[in-house]
Design a protein around this ligand. Sequence first.
Ligand code: G3H
Length: 255
Amino acid sequence: AYMHQIMGLSVLEKQLKETLQLDNIIIVPGNSDEQERVKQEMGKACATFLRENIEEAGTIAVTGGTTIAAVAEMMTPFDKASCLFVPARGGIGEKEENQANTIAAKMARQAKGDYRLLYVPDPLSESSYRTMIEEPAVIDILQIIQGSDIVLHGIGDAITMAKRRKTSNEIIGKLQQEEAVSEAFGYYFNDAGEVVHKVKTIGLHLDDLTGSSHSVITVAGGRSKARAITSYLKQGRSDLLITDEAAAETILRDN
Ligand code: G3H
């Protein structure tokens, strides 16, 4: 039965690679919507990948959310090097335990690396944004973030994320009207992968990812995120997707 499961998942991985046009996919068994353990397994798969594949000291930028928090939970020191962890972006309305800053610090602790944090008021007005990006301390950390070697991020269902972040009814209305289905890095996307809204904050911008200087690792699973994952990957960059069986099966069924 065990071999059957492994073989089954490798067939699923192959099919999903074709459907999503991605070279690297890891699928863990189960549905993380229903079992917390499955989210931890995705976290473990990501932590293991990093532990085995990081060859030299570098910088890892991370986003927030419960999935990337599960990666932090499972992180252990890397085999060959230690890294610097930074948040990919400033606050985007998440609770403390789901904030990128909190997760970056936790990863550093678990992996015996270092961290730098980015303190940005959340929400951030247009005028404070313009003032803050002139601050030498902010410029300094922004350079580190934008020069990161690896970007580790989650994907959320758009409306679920907007509500969790206590987004105003006005913005939620806009997201519904624009048919937003996914969220990553504080950007909201429609089914075609077009950006329909972005949260104002400092840090990595989507354009920063299109160059080849960063490796992008995406961790997202659960049947409820199938459409969101497909949407983000329409245009969003990813070099490795770590997901679960339920998301993978649903993506294949619907595409
Ligand atoms: O950006 C995506 C969201 O942060 C995903 O959050 O991992 O808690 O579902 P989650």
